[in-house]
Design a protein around this ligand. Sequence first.
Ligand SMILES: NC(=O)C1=CN([C@@H]2O[C@H](COP(=O)(O)OP(=O)(O)OC[C@H]3O[C@@H](n4cnc5c(N)ncnc54)[C@H](OP(=O)(O)O)[C@@H]3O)[C@@H](O)[C@H]2O)C=CC1
Ligand SMILES: O=C(O)CCCC(=O)O
Length: 482
Amino acid sequence: MLNLKDAALQREACLVGGEWVGADDNGFDDVTNPADGSVIGRIPRLGEAETLRAIDAAEEALPAWQALTAKARGALLRRWHDLLLEHQEDLAALMTAEQGKPLAESRGEIGFAASFFEWFAEEGRRTYGDVIPTPQSDRRLLVVKQPVGVCAAITPWNFPAAMIARKAGPALAAGCTIVIKPAGQTPYSALAMAELAMRAGIPAGVVNVVTGEARAIGKAMTESPKVRKLSFTGSTAIGKMLLKQSADTVKKVSMELGGNAPFIVFNDADLEKAVEGVMQAKFRNAGQTCVCANRIFVQAGIHDAFTERLAEEVAKLKVGPGNEEGVHVGPMIDAPAADKVLEQLEDALAKGGKLLLGGQRQNGNFLTPAVITGATPQMACFGEETFGPLAPVFRFESEGEVIALANATEYGLAAYCYTRDLGRAWRMSEALEYGMVGINNGHVSTCEAPFGGIKQSGLGREGSYLGIEDYLETKYINMAIE
Ligand SMILES: NC(=O)C1=CN([C@@H]2O[C@H](COP(=O)(O)OP(=O)(O)OC[C@H]3O[C@@H](n4cnc5c(N)ncnc54)[C@H](OP(=O)(O)O)[C@@H]3O)[C@@H](O)[C@H]2O)C=CC1
Ligand SMILES: O=C(O)CCCC(=O)O
């Protein structure tokens, strides 16, 4: 167990209908620290039956929750936000222990997570309907928004708190109840958030958290007709499977899937700002972010100067356990994740890439950040999501060429472009087939803006005024008045 100021935040039970419960067969899974493989604790291994009970609990809690005013729900969400910030240090320590990211990033993620509760606490009061000018004098046409009902959320390990808040915030604000399945590798952040939801006074059954067997829990969530919406963040492969599984009950779905972000630097870019931007976009969370720069395209005229400065900055990154002072890059989440990055590196080198620095594996799952030049579309790092600290630099000549290269992927989540030419900034923003574009900026995520992808990067948007729409149904009322 971890040494927290508030020890009750390290929960080792699931929250179902306001009760802390274990698996029916008392099964458990160990949770390990990716920095050293040590066991942090164990969490219940729930399956289909327990998940169905959690869905029942969410259904039971629904009428009273949706009957509250948006203002009343917002006050509870706001309290949940406050509690996250009050316990930021403990929550960050939990997150770093189970996920590996540097403590400063964990603290930042708790703030980011809390921001969704605050934003949607307010946004819930603005789920306006419509009055439509009537085509018949004896009729009135109205549109109202209503909560979709019981929701399910399946979340990944790379942002163990924020991905939950981005789904639970709008769901609760809209008047929905929710069953959350966090990633098996990072359940403690979710369980601590559930504990704080209870302390905030959110009624029993409104927020439920189940940990355990992914396949069985996913099956229960997708097959149950009581679940009206599924929101998933994770790999494209699992997302496609859950989409298919949700088809039989015709659920609403939100999918936030993989990315393959191009980071484009034109000759006229501010070199220092571009280097700063790529450091942020590439190495945050050790490169394990779906909006991470995956392919770095640099125009020929600035290529050599850019790669030289990039290598200088990358050499300054300190790799180590996230709870150690001054560390920038923590461990990969697990051995297969580290293997995948090294395989991409080997493939790139075998195909003519030149390694400028990094690429060593240290103490298990730590990777020293790597930069390669001479990257080409034939390399695996062009077509696949890397999800790690490998920065491949591709040289390009013209705007048309880089647009074609950037869009030559089935993904369409985030893209970045550095240029001081206003016309080009505008043209690139329009031409890039991505849900989000950062111009002269390597960090686009914020609760006020719509986060999400096109093509095989997903469906729906999270955050912003659009984020709550996914948790609302539109009802049209045609009223005869005579
Ligand atoms: N868009 C993003 O932010 C993310 C993208 N990825 C990409 O995916 C790759 C693999 O990561 P990985 O952790 O395997 O991602 P997954 O898609 O496997 O995991 C995401 C979530 O889905 C759950 N899950 C897995 N299998 C099923 C299933 N059959 N039914 C229901 N839920 C399921 C996981 O549970 P459990 O943990 O218990 O297996 C976890 O909660 C990464 O390298 C990266 O490329 C990964 C994470 C986030
Ligand atoms: O990967 C995500 O879905 C969250 C991104 C948060 C960030 O940009 O840091």
